[in-house]
Design a protein around this ligand. Structure first.
Ligand SMILES: *[C@@H]1O[C@H](CO)[C@@H](O)[C@H](O)[C@H]1NC(C)=O
Ligand SMILES: *[C@@H]1O[C@H](CO)[C@@H](O)[C@H](O)[C@H]1NC(C)=O
Ligand SMILES: *[C@@H]1O[C@H](CO)[C@@H](O)[C@H](O)[C@H]1NC(C)=O
Ligand SMILES: *[C@@H]1O[C@H](CO)[C@@H](O)[C@H](O)[C@H]1NC(C)=O
Length: 362
């Protein structure tokens, strides 16, 4: 998988899924042993083991089971994370049974190789939910700010998650003062998210730093709802806008042409309400590329924002390659947008963009 052939969206998904299944067998033995890669096996959970104690082994991985109704290893997700040893060197799978887990979760940098697994067919039923916003005060009376508003913070390297909804339930009008409310903040060096949902309003997904792969995910919000300075590939995702009037999808932060970061959206579907921009510049070298995406008519014809800075118009890296749908309105676009040729788009089109061959065994 990772090949971004321009075929119909549905077919592409099916094809990639099929290839993924085929390759599961190959990945199984190599991945955990070296401890450097994330494989499909790291995302799998044998449900028969789901009620057994934490000693249960699934192909060399420790399993910790979370059930809010009791009878498992932990009642809370954070409780399960706390059971993982510091400087852990082996994959630990945290299997979360369906339920709404109302808690704020931190997966710290000192605990790498963690998988968070829900039931892939019940992504709507396994929810980690909190409701902090930037203007909320911490115990010292200091405002949390955007970063600390996150419902779930993931710093852990080689982290992966599937079958879970991450949510911040603060309801915000776009641009509201102090209303930034992050659902998930990720600063893992490497992380993989497969079929997860990230739901919020303003500033939903803080893709802070590191190299990340989001595959078949659903990310929802109103303004700047995917933001940060990571290098990430979003493939076959649904980007759902909840903006009533105007909003924006991506706000990628890049201050120098030497920063090896950017957001690449490949084969994604943009859906929802309002008029939304594909990207807004955060820093002079903000980098965001959409390829083979379906852009419907909620896309603001101008497409992109540079804050009317003529310097940035030359330095930002914004582009659209072979997108389809009525939102692909080339004539309405900001005049400074540079058209992309295949050679320009090529580095962004598959997992090569995030060096996936090195750390993903899919
Ligand atoms: C565990 O690994 C073995 C060999 O790698 C494989 O045959 C088996 O199917 C795996 N178990 C599960 C439940 O995937
Ligand atoms: C509150 O202030 C104390 C002393 O400065 C500090 O140690 C603590 O981490 C602060 N708590 C929070 C939640 O920031
Ligand atoms: C598209 O957005 C509309 C309006 O928000 C929603 O009702 C619909 O379910 C969405 N479709 C998909 C495929 O997500
Ligand atoms: C961005 O470019 C402007 C010139 O338009 C410059 O004044 C500013 O310092 C630059 N910002 C950064 C963070 O480099």
């Amino acid at each position: 998988m990772g090949k971004s052939v321009n075929v119909g969206g549905g077919f592409l998904v099916v094809l990639l899924y099929f290839l993924g299944c085929l390759q599961v067998g190959l990945a199984q033995s190599s991945a955990n042993a070296k401890g450097i890669a994330i494989s499909w096996d790291d995302m799998k959970m044998d449900k028969r083991g789901a009620r057994v104690s934490s000693k249960y082994d699934f192909n060399g991985s420790r399993v910790i089971v979370v059930d809010k109704n009791g009878g498992a290893d932990s009642l809370t997700v954070q409780g399960a994370i706390d059971l993982v040893p510091q400087y852990n060197t082996q994959r630990v799978k945290i299997y979360i049974l369906p339920g709404i887990y109302r808690e704020k979760v931190l997966v710290p940098r000192t605990k790498p190789y963690i998988s968070m697994i829900g039931d892939q067919n019940r992504v709507f039923d396994t929810i980690i939910s909190w409701n902090n916003k930037a203007s909320d005060a911490d115990s010292n009376g200091t405002a949390l700010g955007t970063y600390r508003s996150a419902s779930v913070t993931i710093e852990s390297d080689y982290f992966c998650a599937t079958g879970i909804t991450f949510e911040n339930t603060v309801v915000a009008e776009p641009g509201g003062q102090g209303m930034q409310a992050v659902a998930m903040r990720v600063s893992s060096k490497k992380a993989f998210f497969y079929r997860v949902r990230v739901l919020g309003a303003q500033d939903t997904l803080l893709d802070e730093t590191g190299t990340h792969y989001f595959y078949e995910c659903h990310i929802q919000g109103s303004i700047d709802f995917i933001f940060g300075r990571a290098k990430s590939l979003f493939q076959d995702c649904v980007l759902q806008s909840t903006a009533k009037k105007s909003g924006a999808i991506a706000a990628h932060h890049r201050d120098s042409p030497n920063e090896d970061t950017g957001f690449s959206f490949v084969g994604c579907v943009i859906n929802g309400t309002g008029k939304i921009l594909l990207g807004r510049a955060w820093g002079n070298y903000s980098r965001t590329i959409y390829s083979y995406c379906y852009l419907n008519d909620i896309i603001d014809p101008s497409g992109w924002s540079d804050w009317n800075d003529p310097y940035r118009q030359k330095t930002v890296v914004f582009g659209e390659y072979k997108c389809s749908g009525r939102g692909t309105n080339a004539r309405g676009r900001v005049p400074w947008l540079k058209p992309l040729k295949y050679e320009d788009a090529r580095p962004y089109l598959d997992i090569g963009f995030i060096g996936g061959e090195q750390w993903l065994k899919l």
